[in-house]
Design a binder for this molecule. Structure first.
Ligand code: UDX
Length: 456
């Protein structure tokens, strides 16, 4: 099928490249000339495992351009996957979406073709209707006549996780599509057939896991599809906040939260995933989507106390690190504290709402000196947080050198495999706060560390 994807961020690029890999003819449009040049050269503007390999495999079916007229006319499916950053009031900023929809509307050819315009950006519930009206007006202005069944709007929320985005798009748990037009649902069913039936030949670098069978497709009306996205993210965020809230109590009563999580997670009704305690969630979705869900609910005079609490616990979790260090070191002023990891999670260089950056700033405001390290996100950090660029360490040794404490914030494999024994001698105090509960406490204590976690 001929497909156009507007926006080459995480979601747009993964969608475009995966669909091209599956055999569709894909044109990716982005207004950023630099990004387009980079992609044309076969390089990925974002750090995402396997992205460049997949780009290489799908190259002959992929076009990158800044020009909508190369992609939209004649496309059976147009994805809009532009950013919707949070405004200060918690609502998403829909400027980019509105201008993308307008330009798409102008370029739909309307010559006997039927185009499904898919909203892939996370948008407030009801936005698909709004996109539909923008498309309609733009179409009418540029064609000088009313739109008459040439297109329909669909919602197809994205559940991909950064760092495993390609895996998630080839082997998803489910595909959700929402449209009030059955013809729109049909087109999307056809588009995803190879994923739904798992009939494609997997890339050598990402073999199909044995347990992956046919993928369920949930076909709904527009509003339900839009709400599914928010409800899924709010639920996952709540699950993490729940284990962190219990973790704090565990610390007080002398229980081991990792064992508690295992003990409850083996109950199939609860499940083991997203029960890892620690510094809490960050990233581009959970914070933004929970805020948007609350503001949407407010418009209907509906309160969402569980979602509010999940956010509150998550915000406190970052302060827990500072409090733990304060009670261990007594004084933070002048202390040297090393932070391992800046990205909000491993296998990405994304720093949006990163717990690490927040913790670093909190420590600095308390007078501590911080030393920061990340195996991948340092360049991005330098560009986005120039005022803290001087705190970046050149090596892991520098993080430990003369430190009063080191905090493991991001669970990069590289940190899990460190030769921990060699650092105690160069630290001023061998205090280690494992912000992800992922290290072997007994072993570290044997090596001479004072081992702490967010649960005490
Ligand atoms: C998330 C959703 O998982 C995805 O479906 C949606 O499309 C976008 O938002 P992502 O933000 O990429 O994806 O990361 P995810 O792997 O979900 O992790 C989010 C945050 O939660 C990270 O900061 C991670 O460290 C944290 N986390 C995750 C925990 O603290 N504990 C856990 O058990 C799991």
């Amino acid at each position: 099928m001929k497909v156009c994807v507007v926006g080459t961020g995480y979601v747009g690029l993964t969608t475009g490249v995966s669909l091209a890999f599956l055999g569709h003819d894909v044109t990716c449009v982005d207004l950023d000339e630099n990004k387009v040049q980079t992609l044309r050269a076969g390089r990925s503007p974002i750090y995402e495992p396997h992205m460049e390999s997949l780009l290489g495999e799908a190259a002959e079916r992929l076009t990158f351009t800044t020009d909508y007229s190369e992609g939209v006319p004649g496309a059976e499916v147009v994805f809009i996957a532009v950013q919707t950053p949070s405004l200060p009031d918690g609502n998403p900023d829909l400027r980019y979406l509105s201008s993308a929809a307008e330009t798409v509307g102008q370029h739909i050819s309307g010559e006997g073709e039927f185009t499904v315009v898919v909203n892939k950006s996370t948008v407030p519930i009801g936005s698909s209707n709004w996109v539909d009206s923008i498309l309609r007006e733009a179409f009418e202005r540029s064609h000088g006549r009313r739109a008459d069944g040439e297109f329909t709007v669909a919602s197809n929320p994205e559940f991909l996780r950064e760092g495993v985005a390609i895996f998630d798009s080839l082997y998803p748990d489910r595909i959700v599509v929402g449209s009030d037009n059955p013809r729109g649902l049909d087109v999307l069913h056809r588009l995803y057939r190879a994923v739904l039936n798992q009939t494609f030949t997997p890339p050598t670098f990402l073999p199909r896991p044995g347990e992956v069978g046919a993928v369920p497709m949930v076909s709904t009306d527009l509003a339900s599809a839009e709400l599914i996205k928010y409800a899924a993210n709010a639920f996952l965020a709540t699950k993490i906040s729940f284990i962190n809230e219990v973790g704090r109590l565990a610390g007080k009563v002398g229980a081991d939260i990792t064992q508690v999580a295992r003990g409850i997670g083996l109950d199939a009704r609860i499940g083991p995933r997203f029960l890892e305690p620690g510094v809490g969630w960050g990233g581009s979705c959970f914070g933004k989507d929970t805020a948007a869900l609350i503001t949407t609910a407010e418009e209907y005079h509906h309160d969402m106390p569980i979602v509010r609490a999940a956010r509150e616990v998550n915000a406190q979790q970052r302060s827990v690190v500072v409090d733990q260090l304060l009670s261990e070191l007594r004084i933070l002023k002048g202390r040297k504290i090393g932070l391992l990891g800046l990205a909000f999670k491993p296998d990405t260089d994304d720093l949006r709402d990163s717990p690490s950056v927040d913790i670093a700033r909190k420590l600095i405001s308390r007078g501590a000196r911080v030393t920061l390290h990340d195996p991948v996100a340092s360049d991005r950090f330098r560009a986005q947080h120039p005022d803290l660029a001087g705190q970046l360490a050149d090596s892991i040794d520098e993080v430990f050198d003369d430190a009063d404490a080191v905090v493991l914030v991001t669970k990069w494999d590289q940190y899990l495999d460190l030769d921990w024994g060699k650092f105690t001698g160069i630290m001023r105090k061998p205090v280690l706060l494992d912000g992800r509960h992922c290290l072997d406490a007994a072993r570290l204590e044997r090596l001479g560390y004072r081992y702490l976690t967010t649960a005490g």
